[in-house]
Write a protein that binds this ligand. Structure first.
Ligand code: ATP
Length: 458
């Protein structure tokens, strides 16, 4: 299928129809930029997270996982720089009272010709004034000056509302890995280079143009920090650039839908930064980032906490603060890319069409759908369902014609359908249908288990 025909509307509609993703708080009219994962979606997303963990923790010899608290000591965010500068330049429209991001206004007005990342706040203001950039909501030109709004959600701890009690919902998971550097190093006795990984929620009070789950105010990140010695950082940076792409290729992404994008403007502490972009329906956009963060994070935590964050090399007796290569990817953004990459519409013989999601079997919500050909085969089918469910996620469907049931499974990407017929009662064999080729093979239930177990390995 032509990639251009995969639109965001098609993905959003399929997600709603098939229990993949619903709008958040829907019965109350929704809540901007929040989404809820349904029975199918939660499985797919969990499988994505599991696949990532497998590659970057389980199969990575010297990487360890943590699950740090979302609410952290507020000093963490002073040290990381988020309190002072994690902000977006925003303007309020005095006419319709909506708030807009100045950088987005410039990017849209110049049709992508001006890169706002390269402009200072004064230059952004000058561009907007000179070109009389109007409000996209009401069409008027009557703005407040640009002001920086911090993106962290703030809340307060305890029962009083004093400013000393202010805490934040973490805007990234990375700091949970940095503040545990000493704990993990000591308890695992890991030697540099080693990695700390975490998967968890992050929160950003972002204004977004609403591209489904591409950018939301609550999302999950999968982050891996690799601690290494200065001088080896360049090599490790290249290694993680490649590993991040290899992971996507293993999930089934086509090479031509991925590209590297080196950052023009680096954060003051960063030595190198690169995104992997995916060809989303909204165009090429960031899927993940790889950053050489130098010794900035651990040095800052040393300064703000007063705790020595150095590592003592047991071979050379040298003490130093390691450099960090960060690899960070949003689980929800990868979910969206996975949905877009898997989506396909096919014409079948006889003029029928089908929507099919070509998920890698490791990612698909259900590995097998058990379908009795007739309702009076239900008892046997349920027995087989229970047998298979001990090994992997299985679904069961006895409603409607077998053709309709296949279509439903194709739409949620179930790689295998097992049909139960009268021969099953006789000799215990079932028919296994392959989602992509639609070919059918007869085999025993034991053979189904070993066949599927092999296919779901990533
Ligand atoms: P962007 O430029 O898109 O705002 P970023 O450079 O701020 O992203 P990072 O802070 O490096 O992103 O976050 C790492 C990853 O987390 C991103 O590559 C993306 O996959 C994901 N991510 C970041 N912000 C969001 C969000 N608001 N919603 C969903 N995923 C996000």
């Amino acid at each position: 299928m032509d990639k251009k025909a995969v639109t965001m509307d098609k993905i959003v509609n399929l997600c709603k129809l098939r229990g993949i993703i619903y709008p958040g708080s829907e019965i109350y009219g929704g809540m901007g930029n929040t989404w809820d994962y349904g029975p199918v979606g939660v499985e797919v997303k969990n499988n994505i997270k599991r696949a990532w963990w497998k590659k970057f923790v389980q199969e990575s010899e010297n990487s360890f996982g943590v699950d740090a608290a979302i609410l952290m000591n507020a000093r963490v965010w002073d040290a990381s720089g988020h309190t002072a500068s994690f902000s977006d330049p925003k303007m309020d429209c005095k006419e319709c009272k909506t708030r807009q991001r100045a950088d987005n206004l410039i990017e849209n007005h110049s049709k992508g010709k001006v890169n706002p990342d390269k402009l200072t706040q004064e230059e952004m203001q000058a561009y907007i004034d000179e070109h009389k950039v109007a409000c996209p909501n009401c069409g008027k030109f009557n703005w407040t000056p640009i002001r920086n709004f911090n993106l962290m959600f703030q809340t307060s701890r305890g029962v009083t509302d004093e400013s000393t009690n202010v805490i934040y919902l973490r805007p990234e998971t990375a700091q949970g890995e940095f503040v545990n550097f000493l704990n993990v190093q000591r308890t695992t006795r890991a030697k540099v280079p080693f990695g700390i990984a975490q998967v968890g929620k992050a929160f950003r009070n972002e204004i977004t143009p609403g591209n489904f789950i591409f950018r939301t105010i609550e999302f999950e990140q999968m982050e891996h920090q690799w601690f290494c010695k200065e001088g080896t950082d360049g090599e490790w940076y290249e290694y993680y650039k490649k590993s991040a792409k290899d992971f996507l290729l293993a999930l089934g992404f086509k090479e031509e839908h991925l590209r590297y994008h080196d950052h023009d403007k680096l954060a003051h502490y960063a030595k190198a930064a690169c995104d992997i972009q995916y060809l989303f329906p909204i165009g090429w956009s960031e899927l993940n980032g790889i950053h050489n963060r130098t010794d900035y994070d651990l040095s800052r935590h040393q300064e703000y906490s007063g705790k020595a964050m150095g590592y003592l090399d047991p071979f050379t007796n040298e003490r130093y603060i390691p450099y960090v290569i960060e690899y960070s990817i949003g689980a929800d953004r990868l979910m969206l890319a996975t949905l877009c990459e898997a989506y396909d519409e096919q014409e079948l013989e006889g003029g029928d069409t089908r929507v099919v999601m070509h998920f890698h079997p490791a990612i698909a919500a259900y590995k097998v759908a058990v379908l009795p050909l007739q309702k009076n085969l239900g008892e046997k089918a349920k027995e087989i369902y229970k047998q298979l469910a001990k090994y992997f996620m299985v679904t069961y469907d006895e409603a409607g014609s077998i053709g309709k049931r296949y279509r439903r499974q194709d739409e949620i990407g179930t790689p295998y359908c097992v049909t139960i017929d009268f021969d099953t009662l006789e000799n215990g064999t079932v028919t296994l249908r392959d989602r992509d080729t639609m070919e059918q093979v007869r085999m025993s239930v034991e053979e189904v288990i070993s066949y599927v177990n092999e296919k779901i390995l990533l």
